[in-house]
Design a protein around this ligand. Structure first.
Ligand SMILES: NC(=O)c1ccc[n+]([C@@H]2O[C@H](COP(=O)([O-])OP(=O)(O)OC[C@H]3O[C@@H](n4cnc5c(N)ncnc54)[C@H](OP(=O)(O)O)[C@@H]3O)[C@@H](O)[C@H]2O)c1
Length: 293
C-alpha cells in the first residue's frame, strides 16, 4: 500500500529545502498534503520533521509513492543532479506522477529537463515570482506551463502555494517569463543603487529621493522598498544577490542566442559579480548598493 493510500492524503515530495523550498513545504503541510522532503544538506530538511514532514535520505526515496514532486533547487545543474544523478528521483517516480519544476533555471535548462521527463512522467514548468515572505504566506505568483490536461489535478497544490497561477500556453513559457521579469528586477535594483549613489554625491538625502519616488509615477513599489533597504544597509536575504546574478547570466545567454544585446544587464552583472567576490552573494539583492560609487 502506498503512503498516500495509507494516509488518504496526496503525497508530495519537495527536493530542495532552501529559502524557498522550506516555506513551500510548510504551506503544503498546512494545506493537508502528505509531504516528504529531501535536501542535500540534511539538517535543513530535518528542521521540517517537527512540522509533520517525512525526511528522505535520497531523492529516490522522496520520490517513491508520491503523486507530485517539486524541485526547488539553485539551477538547472542542481535539478538535473537531484533527478538523474546517483539515487536520482526520476527513475523512482510512478508514471502517473507529475514533476513540478519550480526552480529558476532559464530557457535552455527548462528544455533539457522537460526532455528528461518526456515519456516518463508529466512535467510542468512552474517557476515563481515572489520571495520567501510571500512564499511563507502562500502568496506566490506561479508562472506555469505544461500539458493543459494536468491543470485540474494541480489546482489544489498551486492554490496552497500561490495567490495566483498564470497558465501560459507554450511549454517552457514559465521560465521564459520568469527570466524576463528577473531581468526587469535586476535593472530596477541596479538603477536604484546607482541613483542613490548619485543623490548622495550631490549632497541630497537619499530618503528625499525615496519619498519623492513613492509619491510619483516614476516610483516602483519594489525599487523603493529595495532603496530603503539599501539606505539602511539591511541586506537580510529575501532574494540573494547570487541568484539575481545567476538569472542575469541566463538572460544574457538567451539574448545572445536570439541575437540581441542587453547592455544594462551586462554592466550590472560585472558589478554584482564584484559584490559577490567581496562576500555579498548570500545577501539580498539590495547589496547591489555596495558597488555603487
Ligand atoms: N529566494 C528568492 O527570493 C527566490 C524567488 C523566486 C525564485 N527563486 C529561485 O528558486 C530557486 C531556489 O532558490 P532559494 O532562494 O530557495 O535558494 P537557496 O536557499 O540557495 O537553496 C538552494 C537549494 O538548492 C540546493 N542545491 C544547490 N546545489 C545543489 C546540488 N548541486 N545538488 C543538490 N542540491 C543543490 C541547496 O542545497 P544545500 O542546502 O545543501 O546547499 C538548497 O536546497 C532558485 O532557482 C532561485 O533563483 C528564488
Amino acid at each position: 500500500m502506498t503512503d498516500q493510500a495509507k494516509t488518504g492524503r496526496t503525497g508530495v515530495a519537495v527536493l530542495g529545502i532552501g529559502v524557498m523550498g522550506a516555506p513551500i513545504a510548510r504551506d503544503l503541510l498546512h494545506a493537508g498534503f502528505d509531504v516528504t522532503v529531501w535536501n542535500r544538506t540534511k539538517e535543513k530538511a530535518e528542521a521540517l520533521a517537527a512540522q509533520g514532514a517525512s525526511v528522505a535520505s535520497a531523492p529516490s526515496e522522496a520520490a517513491s509513492d508520491v503523486e507530485f514532486l517539486i524541485t526547488m533547487l539553485t539551477d538547472g545543474a542542481a535539478v538535473e543532479a537531484a533527478m538523474t544523478g546517483p539515487e536520482g528521483a526520476l527513475a523512482a517516480l510512478s508514471p502517473d506522477a507529475v514533476w513540478i519544476q519550480m526552480s529558476t533555471v532559464g530557457v535552455a535548462a527548462t528544455q533539457r529537463l522537460a526532455e528528461l521527463a518526456d515519456k516518463r512522467v508529466g512535467f510542468v514548468d512552474a517557476p515563481v515570482s515572489g520571495s520567501s515572505e510571500p512564499a511563507e504566506r502562500g502568496e506566490l505568483l506561479i508562472l506555469a506551463s505544461g500539458n493543459p490536461a494536468l491543470r485540474p489535478r494541480l489546482r489544489p497544490l498551486f492554490d496552497a502555494l500561490g495567490h495566483r497561477t498564470l497558465w501560459l500556453d507554450r511549454p517552457g513559457d514559465g521560465n521564459r517569463l520568469k527570466l524576463v521579469l528577473n531581468n526587469w528586477l535586476a535593472v530596477l535594483a541596479e538603477g536604484m543603487a546607482e541613483t542613490i549613489g548619485l543623490a548622495t554625491s550631490l549632497g541630497l538625502d537619499p530618503g528625499l529621493l525615496l519619498d519623492t519616488l513613492a509619491e510619483s509615477q516614476l516610483g516602483s513599489a519594489y525599487a523603493t522598498a529595495k532603496g530603503r533597504a539599501m539606505v539602511k544597509r539591511d541586506f537580510t536575504p529575501g532574494f540573494p544577490l547570487h541568484h539575481a546574478c545567476k538569472d542575469a547570466a541566463r538572460a544574457l545567454d538567451a539574448a545572445d542566442r536570439h541575437g540581441i544585446e542587453l547592455p544594462l544587464t551586462e554592466a550590472l552583472s560585472k558589478r554584482w559579480n564584484e559584490a559577490i567576490s567581496l562576500g555579498h552573494g548570500n545577501d539580498d539583492v539590495a547589496a547591489a548598493i555596495t558597488t555603487a560609487r
